[in-house]
Design a binder for this molecule. Structure first.
Ligand code: THG
Length: 367
């Protein structure tokens, strides 16, 4: 593919200088912002992520800040997950749906206080929907995109690295909880979360001016841990079944089709805008759903389009993310499969731009 032309619309991040010095070799665009996808090679990055610790520029996970007396009411309107039990200090993975039950985003919500939330969005312009709802319902809230840029620290040595920079107390942070930690006299929200299954943290870096100082501090503290610049890894995240909005599910899908039913409480999520629609389709149950797809392949082309899954000459689904896994010795994929063919063990033919492959539907993801 030819190069993409940089411009002001394609936003750099406060860490871009560090990413370039760290040897980035490919980017994607996410929320109109640069997101690194490869440093040395996807396979080398994968090995290192699974054995050491990486620092990821995920500033493209932009925050939609919701502030004011109606903040909690508004966030509940956006999602079928029941938020009544959620406390300040918690993060929730939160499917967000429109009035038809179609997915608009799958963010992590950070509850800073009853009247102050960050919605850490995936790749869709959720800000416009949130502002539209707030205005249309005349809610008492302020909504904007603050100068907050997540920096992820991921991998088995993430605790050791973070303890050196933020103190040993960071080790006690529980999964999907956050605390406030000091860095050079500045308060930072740090959560135990991140877009890998290797464990780690996300620092919500508050202010572009402190971004490179934090980046540099992590690299200096982690020299003997072999810390490297990294990024969400296209092999590891498929092994772990971490979904990519816009790739694996879109506005055409309900959260239940996306396999996110465990993050929905449609019966009790009173106020959710898509609730009636989801209650209607929940009665029948989904007719297609996300599945792990094992692919008999030693090499695969780039998964830059939906690949049809065929049963004979009938299209019964599609694979939207795939890579060859060094650890599992096969192709690993995320697919959406029709009910008639979604049982574990079902053999399907996968059509790519570069030939076809035998696949099997799996019961679970690999990690
Ligand atoms: N972190 C933050 N913001 C984000 C992402 C992130 N915004 C964009 C994107 N990633 C949103 N998508 C996801 C997808 C999966 C998860 C988080 C965000 C995730 N899932 C875990 C899982 O499925 O195993 C855990 C979910 C849970 O148990 O609550 O972490 O990564 N800040």
């Amino acid at each position: 593919m030819a190069l993409i032309s940089p411009s002001r619309r394609l936003r750099r991040t406060p860490f871009s200088d560090g990413v370039e010095a760290g040897g980035v070799s490919a980017y994607t665009v996410y929320n109109h912002m640069l997101l690194p996808t490869v440093f040395r090679s996807v396979e080398e990055d994968y090995r290192h992520l699974k054995s050491a610790v990486q620092v990821w520029d995920v500033a493209c996970e932009r925050q939609v800040e919701v502030r004011g007396p109606d903040a909690a009411k508004l966030v509940q309107m956006l999602s079928p997950r029941d938020l009544r039990g959620m406390l300040p200090g918690q993060c929730y993975y939160l499917p967000m749906v429109d009035e038809t039950g179609g997915m608009l985003n799958d963010p992590v919500a950070v509850k800073l206080a009853e009247d102050r939330w960050w919605i850490s969005v995936a790749d869709s312009d959720l800000l416009f929907w949130v502002k539209g709802i707030a205005h249309g319902y005349r809610l008492d809230v302020l909504i904007d995109e603050p100068d907050v840029s997540p920096l992820a620290v991921q991998g088995p040595l993430a605790d050791d690295l973070m303890a050196r920079v933020f103190g040993d107390s960071i080790r006690d942070l529980r999964f999907f909880r956050f605390g406030i930690y000091d860095f050079q006299g500045r308060s930072m929200v740090v959560a135990r979360s991140g877009y890998s299954k290797q464990g780690g943290f996300e620092i919500y870096v508050d202010g572009a001016d402190i971004a490179m100082p934090i980046w540099n501090a992590l690299f200096e503290a982690g020299r003997d841990l072999e810390v490297r610049a990294g990024c969400p890894n296209g092999i590891e995240r498929v092994e772990g079944g971490l979904l990519s909005y816009g790739n694996d599910m879109t506005r055409e899908n309900t959260p239940h089709e996306a396999g996110l039913g465990r993050f929905c409480n449609t019966a009790t999520a009173i106020g959710c805008i898509g609730r009636d629609a989801l209650l209607r389709v929940a009665k029948e149950g989904p007719v297609q759903q996300i599945r792990a797809i094992e692919i008999d392949a030693a090499a695969l082309p780039r998964c830059d389009r939906a690949w049809p899954l065929m049963a004979g000459d009938k299209r019964v689904g599609q694979v939207t993310s795939a890579a060859v896994s060094p650890d599992f010795g096969c192709g690993v994929g995320i697919g959406m499969v029709r009910m008639t063919h979604w049982d574990a063990g079902t053999t399907l033919r996968l059509q790519t731009q570069d030939g076809s492959f035998t696949t099997r539907v799996r019961e679970n993801f690999w990690i």
